[in-house]
Design a protein around this ligand. Structure first.
Ligand code: 13P
Ligand code: SF4
Length: 300
């Protein structure tokens, strides 16, 4: 039996469904029932009927799945796959801002632990952050933990006072504007598409800024044949699948999220067989963290 066949058999036995982010290895995306960006994955997690959800991604994704579907078993193929940015804000920073601004809304990127979500008023993903912040009644917004997405939102919604903290995604932050300039010279017809987690000088080069789904949709709708892509290399699989004949160029030092790459077919088989690595959320955090996520689903 191949690994794929074994996974299919186990899925039936356990009434399981496999969800994967675009940044995991192609062979994992290939066997997944649903592949998506963080927003789509949370929507699927809230709406699927299966008893077991296997989340091929990092821990905040499994936690979000568990928050939205607490009655389900949520399995993480690798318990150590974590997003460094998900921890990059301290409670004191939130408390200080709350003291300073009476009408403050704390807006939390979904790439955060359940504990951080529990301090916030609403969650966002890169696909809906601008729209949700724009529609909040509050003038003062504390955006946590990603300074790059926060700055991008602030630029799009200039009537708000967006306060930033210092969190960042190491994978997107390290991509250099210079590398994009070089690629532009080599491929002058190419459109530059970037994820808002990228640094400011890089985003200045972009023709389009959006979530992974936004980037993929842009390429399928665009009449252009060539694209310079500034996000994690895993999206290449979906980009090429959806766009046969179009060409995609990534920075020479390929942007790789080591945590997303921890997910393998063997680890999926293992958790389906053993039920190990169940995602869970501390009882005292579950209600407030869920509230912020549910509010996002209502507003988006
Ligand atoms: P999304 O496009 O899913 O928001 O991807 C960003 C990301 O870094 C997920 O870890
Ligand atoms: Fe976190 Fe960046 Fe990896 Fe996404 S790509 S999981 S934000 S480290």
């Amino acid at each position: 039996m191949t690994k794929q066949e074994e996974i299919n058999q186990l899925k039936k036995e356990k009434d399981a469904v496999i969800l994967a982010h675009y940044y995991v290895e192609p062979e994992v995306q290939e066997i997944a029932d649903y592949v998506g960006d963080s927003f789509n994955l949370s929507k699927y997690a809230a709406g699927l009927a299966n008893q077991t959800l296997v989340f091929c991604g990092v821990s905040f994704m499994g936690e979000s799945g568990k928050l939205l579907s607490p009655e389900k078993t949520v399995l993480m193929p690798d318990a150590d796959a974590d997003c460094p940015m998900a921890h990059m804000v301290r409670k004191e920073e939130v408390e200080q801002a709350r003291k300073r601004y009476e009408d403050l809304a704390v807006v939390c990127y979904i790439n955060s632990t359940a504990e951080i979500k529990s301090w916030a008023d609403v969650c966002v993903t890169s696909a809906n952050a601008v729209q949700i912040v724009r529609n909040l009644p509050n003038k003062n917004i504390l955006f946590i933990p990603d300074k790059n997405l926060g700055r991008f939102v602030a630029e799009q919604v200039p009537d708000k006072n967006v306060i930033l903290v210092k969190g960042f995604c190491p994978v997107h932050e390290q991509m250099k504007a210079m590398e994009i300039e070089k690629l532009r010279k080599e491929h002058p017809e190419a459109k530059v598409l970037a994820h808002p987690e990228c640094n400011e000088p890089l985003l200045k080069q972009a023709d389009y800024i959006g979530s992974t789904t936004g980037i993929i949709n842009y390429t399928t709708k665009s009449e252009a044949d060539e694209f310079i892509i500034a996000t994690e290399i895993g999206v290449r699989y979906e980009l090429e699948k959806k766009n046969p004949g179009k060409r995609f160029y990534f920075p020479a030092t390929a942007p790789v999220c080591a945590d997303m790459k921890k997910i393998t077919l063997d680890k999926i088989i293992n958790v389906l067989k053993t039920g190990d690595n169940k995602a869970g959320v501390r009882e005292d955090l579950a209600a407030p963290a869920k509230k912020t996520l549910s509010r996002m689903l209502e507003l988006a």
